[in-house]
Ligand binder design. Sequence first.
Ligand code: B1M
Length: 214
Amino acid sequence: LPLDQRLPLYIIEGSKDGLSADLDAALARGDKPLEIINGPLMAGMAEVGRLFNDNQLIVAEVLQSAEAMKTAVSHLEPHLSKDETSSKGKMLLATVKGDVHDIGKNLVEIILSNNGFEVINLGIKVGPEELIAAAKKEKPDFIGLSGLLVKSALQMIVTAADLKAAGIDAPLLVGGAALSRAFADNRITPEYNGPVLYAKDAMAGLELANQLVD
Ligand code: B1M
């Protein structure tokens, strides 16, 4: 198979054998690391999601795919462009309560920290209490919330309301597959005191972050 067809297959099959060498081959022919992530690797993940939805994959297999994706992202990370300027701003970042999906969140961390932001990554399944405590301690310039499940989008409404009740109004940057700009504007914004910004992907997240600290 040609390289362009092999790359998504590593993710679909959850296999790492030969993955690093093929990523190096893609870099060597001039592909940009983020193009590799957003192109063939994300296409593989989309197919995993489709197969899982059709009951053609079980959770254990999806987990293997996630591991392959994580390995690929870590392999590409040193090649991502870096902006060496000192901290432009501080982001608190978390996957919301009830949600374990962290590949997209970790991609946001990589992209923002490579571009001059200090990122405090609280991990997955982060409830409002933990977020409030961290926000009070760290005084971030903005708070990033990620969530992929439909119930995570709803959890973001609860989280925004709890943050507001705790007196926090730092801008919220929200992202994840179950969200949309309309959901952020119509459902999350009314529950919050500060701005709520929706990012469709990690690069959009970086652009919004840059606007926030400008
Ligand atoms: Co899950 N899962 N999963 N899963 N999983 C989805 C999300 C699903 C759509 C699959 C499907 O059915 N087709 C479905 C959700 C249905 C729904 O609610 N709409 C689903 C389900 C149902 C589940 C379980 C409930 C399955 C079960 O147990 N029966 C379970 C949930 C557990 C829980 O959270 N409580 C579950 C578990 C898992 C695994 C653990 C096996 C694994 C996750 C491993 C891990 O993350 N460590 C997994 C995976 C891998 C997926 C799919 C296949 C891929 C997700 C992924 O990593 N994509 C996913 C289907 C799909 O999305 N195609 C699916 C790659 C990643 C880079 O993209 O995270 O979307 P993503 O991030 C993007 C943007 O969304 C955005 O930027 C990134 C790109 O640059 N973004 C942000 C994300 N966060 C952002 C934050 C920002 C800005 C942008 O600012 C702060």
